[in-house]
Write a protein of this length. Structure first.
Length: 55
């Protein structure tokens, strides 16, 4: 999971987004939430760009 989080964080940063990492521990395992804000630009939802994420 660590490698996946690092890949996603790096990919978002390379795309120009700010990534907030929230580290926490469960059962002695280090985990992290990644938070990325993708601001909207269109008010007309008929022309809203689609976002696709593959994990």
């Amino acid at each position: 999971m660590q490698a996946t989080a690092e890949f996603l964080e790096s990919s978002f940063k390379q795309a120009g987004y700010v990534v907030k990492r929230q580290q926490y521990s469960v059962n002695n395992q280090s985990l992290a939430n990644l938070e990325v804000e993708i601001p909207g630009v269109e008010q007309d939802y008929r022309h809203r760009p689609s976002l696709n994420f593959v994990f």
